[in-house]
Design a protein around this ligand. Structure first.
Ligand code: ADP
Ligand code: MG
Length: 398
């Protein structure tokens, strides 16, 4: 896919832009981290400055293929408008009658945001013909397509993948930036290369770890991920998060690590709690001896020190997934500690990448600045897929 840099004047043309505006919201429906919206601004501004009319399509959360006001892009439209400094019109539907009417009346310099594209069941359908119906609705409103939603680049969805087959397609600035930074970790990374994996999506991430064993020198596993490995190694994990059907795969992963000479570290100690709550009573325990009635909620001080030392000794570090339930301040210490170690490594010349929606939100919430790390990726799954080196469907172009 070519970059939008190559585009000339777009006066009279309508550009459809797929952005990733999937931001976290609190219970009141307020945006708690607007990184993805901020990162979408340069491409939209560029297209406007070329005289284009801009239609943005995006998703929020998982409404499951039907309209649900709880997942409306209304708060996003408002924030995007503020960041762009221009009004953003929000369509009532996703590429339906209202969208098409508003698109037809759109003037150069104006921005139309279509409602949550995942309100449409076709968006994420496994059936290509189904998806194509929605892709055609989207394409009918525009002259060209710009893909800038890095966070969905690994998905074969109508608004990211199929629509690019129907219109001349280009890659936006955010996608170009992500590709450049992540390529550095994929192709000939400076060594030692350390990968820190945390978070909760055990089954998704386990497969990625196996792939990363081909490129990384060390893999440090923590967060909700770790308990499946600890149990697979014979440890007692109490009530901790676990995927029992992944135990064999976890064992196999550790065996391959050994075979390939990749250092594979699990937590040595944990902060265990008697309930999944910030008010739970907690204590530091041996990672292999979590009491039967307790669950691991964060990494302990020994693990923090060990992981930080490994990070300090690395030239490339990729970190995905919080090390604990950082949403509860009581269990945010490990995640904060690792963020601090990443910052320090960056200051000492290492190339550092943070990937993952929750991981990025965590470092933002802790008050770290973008410049504290080499790159903060807007994509969790997409950045992991990219690092596997198998390409991303949405970037294939036509
Ligand atoms: P990312 O979005 O950065 O890729 P994930 O979505 O995989 O990360 O996981 C983030 C979630 O993992 C957070 O909500 C966090 O609370 C949870 N988590 C981290 N450690 C644990 C743990 N020990 N037990 C349960 N959940 C955890
Ligand atoms: Mg997440």
């Amino acid at each position: 896919m070519e970059s939008i840099e190559k585009l000339g004047d777009l006066t009279g043309k309508t550009a459809l832009v797929r952005c990733d505006l999937n931001v976290p919201l609190n219970e009141k429906g307020e945006i708690t981290d607007d990184r993805r919206i901020r990162e979408s601004v340069p491409t939209i501004k560029d297209l406007l400055s070329r005289g284009a009319k801009v239609i943005v399509t995006a998703h929020l959360g998982r409404p499951g293929g039907k309209a649900d006001p709880a997942f409306s892009l209304a708060p996003v439209a408002q924030r995007l408008s503020g960041l762009l400094g221009t009004p953003v019109i929000l369509a009532k539907d996703a590429a339906g009658e209202d969208s098409k009417k508003l698109a037809k009346d759109l003037k150069p310099g104006e921005v139309l945001l279509l409602e949550n594209i995942r309100f449409r069941p076709e968006e994420a359908s496994k059936d290509e013909e189904e998806r194509m119906k929605l892709a055609k609705d989207l394409a009918s409103m525009a002259d060209l397509f710009v893909f800038d939603g890095f966070g969905v680049a690994h998905r074969k969805h109508a608004s990211s993948y199929d629509v690019s087959k129907l219109l001349p397609s280009y890659m936006g600035f955010l996608v170009a930036k992500e590709e450049k930074a992540l390529s550095r970790a994929l192709e000939d990374p400076a060594r030692p290369y350390t990968v820190v994996m945390g978070g909760a999506k055990v089954s998704d991430k386990l497969k990625v770890i196996v792939h990363l064993l081909d490129v990384a020198d060390r893999i440090l596993v923590a967060g909700g991920m770790a308990y499946t490995f600890i149990k697979a190694s014979g440890g007692q994990i109490g009530q901790s998060l676990v995927e029992l059907d992944m135990l064999d795969e976890a064992r196999e992963c550790m065996r391959i690590a050994k075979e390939k000479g990749v250092e594979f570290l699990l937590p040595k100690d944990l902060v265990a709690a008697d309930a999944f709550s910030n008010d739970a009573s907690s204590k530091i325990v041996d990672a292999y001896k979590v009491p039967e009635n307790m669950m691991g909620m964060d990494v302990g001080p020994k693990t923090c020190e060990e992981f930080a030392a490994k990070i300090a000794d690395s030239k490339t570090v990729f970190w995905n997934g919080p090390l604990g339930v950082f949403e509860f301040p009581k269990f945010a210490k490990g995640t904060r500690f690792i963020a601090q170690a990443m910052k320090k490594a960056t200051e000492n010349g290492a190339f550092t990448i943070i990937g993952g929606g929750d991981s990025a939100a965590a470092v933002d919430a802790f008050g770290f600045k973008d410049g504290d790390f080499s790159h903060i990726s807007t994509g969790g799954g997409a950045s992991l897929e990219f690092l596997k080196g198998e390409g991303l469907p949405a970037l294939e172009g036509k």
